[in-house]
Design a protein around this ligand. Structure first.
Ligand code: RB5
Length: 149
């Protein structure tokens, strides 16, 4: 699996821990920044990671900002992205099982490193259930189609 990761300054610490975790598990990834704690704008990183996932170059994305809210809102503007903001392992698993979420968003100032890494692991190891949920994902795609500019 290839993972695209990114954050703003508010999610930088958590993104760094995620990067170390991916390194230690030998999971292929690309870090789209930010690369330090200087103040930046989260939509820039949401767009980079989302584009990398939608293009098929990366299988999934992980985005962190302070709360996870701004970066998830921004990522979900890219057609084809199903970004799930998760603050617990149950939601992370369900976002894969039922929603086929292709981007995980977290708030570095909300979950911290310990819980953040557990959420990440739960999300990474869970596959989409398909079945009745596939029809619902198709309906999301249909909404995107209908509202294309
Ligand atoms: C940056 O201070 C903060 O607004 C950002 O990281 C995020 O929480 C936005 O939703």
């Amino acid at each position: 699996m290839r993972i695209a990761i990114g954050s703003d300054h508010g999610g930088f610490g958590l993104k760094e821990s995620i990067r170390e975790m991916l390194e230690s598990k030998n999971i292929q990834y690309r870090d789209f920044g930010t690369y330090d704690t200087n103040s930046v704008d989260y939509p820039d990183f949401a767009e980079k990671v989302a584009a990398a996932v939608v293009s098929g170059e990366y299988d999934r994305g992980v985005l962190c900002c302070g709360t996870g809210i701004g970066i998830s809102i921004a990522a979900n503007k890219i057609p084809g992205i199903r970004a799930a903001l998760c603050g617990d392992c149950f939601s992370a698993r369900m976002s894969r099982l039922h929603n086929d979420a292709n981007v995980l968003c977290m708030g570095g100032r909300v979950v911290g490193t310990g819980l953040g890494l557990e959420i990440m692991e739960a999300w990474l190891e869970t596959e989409f259930e398909g079945g009745r949920h596939a029809k619902r994902i198709s309906k999301i795609s249909a909404i995107e189609e209908k509202n294309k500019c």
